[in-house]
Write a protein that binds this ligand. Sequence first.
Ligand code: ACO
Length: 325
Amino acid sequence: RKNAVITGVGGYVPETVLSNKDLETMVDTNDEWIVSRTGIRERRIVNDANVATSDLATRALMRLLEDGNVHPDEIDCVIVSTSTPDYVMVSTGSMVCEKAGLKNAWGIDTNAACSGFLYALTLGASMIESGRCKRVVVIGADKNSSIVNYKDRNTCILFGDGAGAVLLEQTEEEVGLIDSYFRTDGSGKENLIVTAGGSKYPASQETLDQKLHYVRQDGRVVFKAAIQGMTDTCREILRANDLEIKQINYLIPHQANLRIIQAVGEQLSLTEEQVKVNISRYGNTTAATIPLCLWDFKDDFKYGDKLLLTAFGAGFSWGATYLKW
Ligand code: ACO
């Protein structure tokens, strides 16, 4: 079997910084509370009405092209994982292919919220392993500022905008994506959801009045379920691949809350050095957190390093992916 290996990484966050101090002027909160409860100090947000998720994704892709050794015409497919697409109809993947000038690629979207990048990575890898495609770009991108209510302190402190992209290529070597273990449970939907704007509750004056286009959550339920879900699936993938935790070089967890990350790290008996964290600067960028971590820390990873990637998000959706760098 041919393996699918990551051969390039790109990341992009908008320039505008939204700091905890800025949020103090918008809702009843304070820097100390946000840092101690979440580990977030600032996040980046789009400050230009013309910039949509596809623009963030395209910029991450352009950086990937600069980083990798690939010509745009050689890319076969672009999978964009996002829960904040540019449009309900017309995929963000289609927009990215156009904006990046990819002549031979087809683009599609997938959505599994914060788990979306891992799911898309596994889909992209399967397309390479099957021989259907030679080069697939997988992007996690979200303009969360488009669904956040900046009057709701339960959510507005958490989220930021950003995008990360990886290039997957074929290899006959013993590296690349080895395994994924994913779960979904739709009964979790009431605890984390953007209710309106889809086919169940199309946009109307009523949905606008009820503020149903904003993200809404029960933070405590999500918090507990995230720790449990990420820990369980990491254990499962270790067991299935005959691995002990000490063989893992790095855990790249979805960046939702530093306390969630630390709890998962402790339950798995990982050291602080093994767990990659950049949440203080970007907050939760949904599908973008894991590829942004890969982008930030790529210089730390050596050929053949064993990486465990894990995420939890709306759906609920959660899981873990094991790969060799
Ligand atoms: N500033 C100040 N006080 C606040 C704020 C705020 N921004 N938000 C809530 N509080 C108050 C609450 O009203 C509450 O006050 P009370 O005790 O008088 O009732 C108190 O702080 C404690 O509130 P909790 O909700 O218990 O705080 P908790 O420690 O659970 O932290 C948080 C809340 C940060 C939302 C946490 O539950 C969390 O991170 N949950 C995960 C949610 C998440 O990550 N969602 C994103 C998508 S899913 C994912 O990525 C995994």
